[in-house]
Ligand binder design. Structure first.
Ligand code: PMP
Length: 389
């Protein structure tokens, strides 16, 4: 008896392995990109949950529509229009159980086995794995200080038009980069000219710091003239990942296909958590908490920047203007994977960078000297303590 070819292709995730190694231990962790638990709005959610269960249990505990809870679709379409996507209506939206599910669903409607998919390298391993699992040939586009290298992208596209280009223009995981509006426009134009899709993942856009403004995080989809950009955004980093609520914005024809795909995956995203998220936004809690979230993560970013300058003057990095991550290049010859076990022994976890590189043309010694450090999970004091060890 054999497993499917799909099951035989599956690879364990390096991030999950580090998470498993530190689970239940007292460790200062810069490894996972987790929101800090103190940011979870448990008081507001507890009150909303009690009210919803009291007054609307027939709806909250019932099967729901695959596309999503209608009032939430309306709320999210209004929100996205405010973010710079004026054409979005509820017909252009689908609610997914987190943007990880969104990546899988979008992969399923776009990828045939053997298709070429391009993405930023270093890039989000949850995306490269989702696409590779569906049989895509996933290749990387190097990331510069201001986003993907468009000369390399253009050259690759000229050689072979990809099925899509996956990109995270706002504070990418792991590189932390903010892509300029000019580059976003060029990517949208290139996609239109050559006829490929763009999959835009906006997990971190709302978490921008003082050096950036709402004008800097307008989605790449705002430059989409022909309906070739599929955009996704999650409430995991701004409300709670435990609720599993994210949205996909796409042309109506793509939404119909996503809906049929989700129908057989899980039928619908939890009615209960969709209602909670909707009420949380409609009653103003979401907008009200964003400034405090931004300033909390900015203070941690500052603490890490300072601790890195003090303890790793030989490393190179671009200070992120938002999001959760520093991406470091250590001096030539460093093997960050080899540093992990001793660091764990002394109570500090981080992600060696090699697992974030995508495709085949990666110099292993270049990849081996990179590190991703998340500042989201630890206090300023623990950031300073962890980096001093
Ligand atoms: N995309 C990116 C870039 C991420 O960093 C993450 C979370 N690490 C996700 C998607 C998935 O998040 P969620 O499924 O919780 O929305």
């Amino acid at each position: 008896m054999d497993y499917s070819a799909f099951a035989q292709r599956l690879q364990p995730s390096a991030i999950r392995s580090v998470s498993k190694a530190i689970h239940g231990k007292k460790v200062i962790s810069f490894a996972g990109g987790m929101p800090h638990p103190s940011t979870f709005p448990h008081v507001e959610l507890a009150a909303l949950a009690a009210e919803v269960l009291e007054t609307r249990s027939a709806e909250a505990l019932q099967y729901g529509q695959t596309q999503g809870y209608q009032p939430l679709l309306e709320t999210v379409s209004g929100y996205l229009r405010g973010r710079g996507l004026p054409g979005i209506t509820t017909d252009n939206l689908l609610i997914a159980a987190g943007s990880q599910q969104a990546l899988d669903l979008v992969g399923r409607i776009l990828i045939d086995a053997g298709d070429l998919v391009l993405m930023e390298s270093p890039g989000y391993p949850g995306a490269s794995a989702a696409f590779a699992n569906l049989g895509a040939r996933v290749e990387g586009i190097p990331v510069l200080a201001d986003g993907p290298d468009l000369d390399v992208l253009e050259e690759k596209v000229r050689r072979e038009v990809p099925k899509f280009f996956y990109t995270t223009p706002n504070f990418a995981n792991p590189a932390g980069v903010l892509v300029s509006m000019e580059k976003r426009k060029k990517i949208a134009e290139m996609a239109e000219r050559h006829g490929f899709w763009v999959v835009e993942d906006d997990a971190y856009g709302e978490l921008f710091f003082a050096e950036a403004s709402p004008a800097d995080i307008v989605p790449l989809k705002a430059f989409d003239q022909s309906g070739c950009v599929i955009y996704m955004q999650t409430f995991s980093k701004t409300i709670s990942p435990g609720l599993r609520v994210a949205a996909i914005a796409a042309p109506a024809a793509a939404i119909e296909r996503l809906e049929m795909t989700k129908q057989v995956a899980d039928m619908f995203t939890s009615s209960f958590t969709q209602i909670l998220v909707n009420e949380f936004i409609v009653r103003g809690h979401f907008a009200a908490r964003l400034p405090a979230l931004r300033s909390l993560y900015q203070s941690r970013r500052d603490a890490m920047d300072q601790a890195l300058r003090a303890n790793f003057p030989e490393a190179r990095w671009v200070t992120p203007k938002g999001g959760f991550f520093f991406w470091l290049e250590m001096p030539e010859g460093t093997d960050t994977q080899a540093l992990l076990a001793p660091a764990l022994d002394s109570g500090v976890a981080f992600m060696p960078g090699a697992c974030f590189f995508v495709g085949h043309n990666v110099d292993p010694s270049q990849a081996a000297r990179t590190i991703r450090l998340a500042y989201s999970r630890e206090s300023e004091a623990d950031i300073a303590r962890g980096l001093a060890q």
